[in-house]
Write a protein that binds this ligand. Structure first.
Ligand code: OGA
Ligand code: NI
Length: 216
């Protein structure tokens, strides 16, 4: 199994709290994950994100998700989860972040769908989760890998990452960087530090999101 270029990633991350790495995954793994996503979509394996908990959520986020579970024996899932475990250990070793576990899902945004400005984990811990081990866990590191081959600038769908710290949701003119969702590109950022949003795209937009969690 090919490894992510871990030290490069972690050095960039240490400086700014986020990093963007192109060709972070081997091309065949990107292809396998994309194929897996298309298969799952064909079997109705994607569910509208967040419904059930909050009826209004579809106005906030328009993506559909499919979780990747450790008991899934498909080589793409096993290969990817294995790589994520290795990255988790490398992050702990180099950055002492105390990451305990991870959760990961495929995400599919149909044409025109978006995810409004949000933060993945509030610093005040009002969206912590209780795991099956009854430990309270918080999302510490967010990671997204994109699976969109032949993505053009005019296709849109950028991740807009707000660079400054904001106690409340920033307005759209706040300082931000736009990251196009091109195949093999990886973004890593601190979950409780960076507000972000997904801009609508002209083509379906596929990604894999992971949250590395630590004890709250
Ligand atoms: C998320 C998210 C960003 C992206 O899933 O919480 O913000 O670029 N995703 O897909
Ligand atoms: Ni997010």
């Amino acid at each position: 199994m090919h490894l992510l270029p871990q030290t490069i990633i972690l050095d960039a991350f240490t400086e700014q709290g986020f990093c963007v790495v192109d060709n972070a995954l081997p091309r065949n793994l990107v292809k396998e994950l994309k194929t897996l996503a298309i298969e799952r979509e064909g079997k109705n394996g994607f569910k509208q994100a967040g419904t059930g908990k909050n009826a209004k959520i579809s106005q906030i986020r328009g993506d559909k998700i499919a979780w990747l579970e450790p008991q899934d024996e498909s080589p793409a899932v096993q290969g990817y989860l294995c790589l994520l475990e290795e990255l988790k250990l490398a992050i702990n070793r180099h950055l002492m972040m105390g990451l305990v576990d991870l959760e990961t899902h495929l995400a599919l945004y149909d044409v025109g769908q978006a995810y409004h400005t949000h933060i993945d984990q509030f610093a005040s811990l009002n969206n912590v989760q209780t795991s099956s081990l009854t430990h309270t866990m918080k999302r510490t590191m967010s990671m997204i890998v994109y699976l969109n081959e032949d993505w053009q600038a005019q296709d849109g769908g950028e991740l807009k990452l707000y660079l400054d710290e904001h106690l409340q949701c920033p307005t759209s003119d706040a300082r931000a960087t736009l990251i196009a969702p091109i195949a093999g590109r990886m973004v890593l950022f601190l979950s409780d530090r960076f507000w972000h949003e997904v801009l609508p795209a002209q083509k379906p937009r596929l990604s894999v999101t992971t949250w590395f969690r630590s004890r709250a």
